[in-house]
Structures are given as C-alpha cells and as structure tokens.
Design a protein. Sequence first.
Length: 107
Amino acid sequence: MIAPAAIAVLLAVGVAAVWIGVLGVLLMPGFYRRLHYMGVAGTLGVAAIAAAVLAQERLHAPGIKTLLVLALLLVMNPVLTHATARAARTREFGDWRLQPRNRRDRQ
C-alpha cells in the first residue's frame, strides 16, 4: 500500500508543474518560448498526477484507464507541440523549412 503522504507529494509535484507551465505561458515573451512551458504541464504535470492516481487505484479499472490516458498524452503531446510550432513557423515565414536568410553561417 502506498502511503497517503507519497500520493500527496505526487499530486503536489503535478500541480506545481502545471502552475509552472501556466506561469511560463503567461510571462514568457514570444510564442516559441511559451510553447516550451506548455510541454511541462502536458508531460511532467500529467505524469505526476497519473502516478498519484495509479498509486491510489493500483491496476483496477481506474488505474488501467489512467495508464491508457497517460500513454496517449505522453505520445500525443510532443506530436501536437511539434505540429503547433511547425504551423506557427509556416504562418510566420511561409514555409516551415529553414530559409537561406535565416541560416547562420557556421564557418
């Protein structure tokens, strides 16, 4: 049996990660910097909260559903973040690929 204190710590870590993500989205200048903080809430926050639910429910029906939701979110969050960044870059520059005017000379 997992101690209630350990579950409370996992929940606190999850909520703190979500709050850090929210503050980052609110305070960071620029779209791409904000996008990084959305990832914190979507991965670390969700994983810690799901771990707390799993520790409480174990592998009964709610725990299995939590694992499925966690797996889906951990797979989809990077994909959606990448797609969002790519769409923003396409809107900004007309193409998502690195343009010659944006390349830094590395000589």
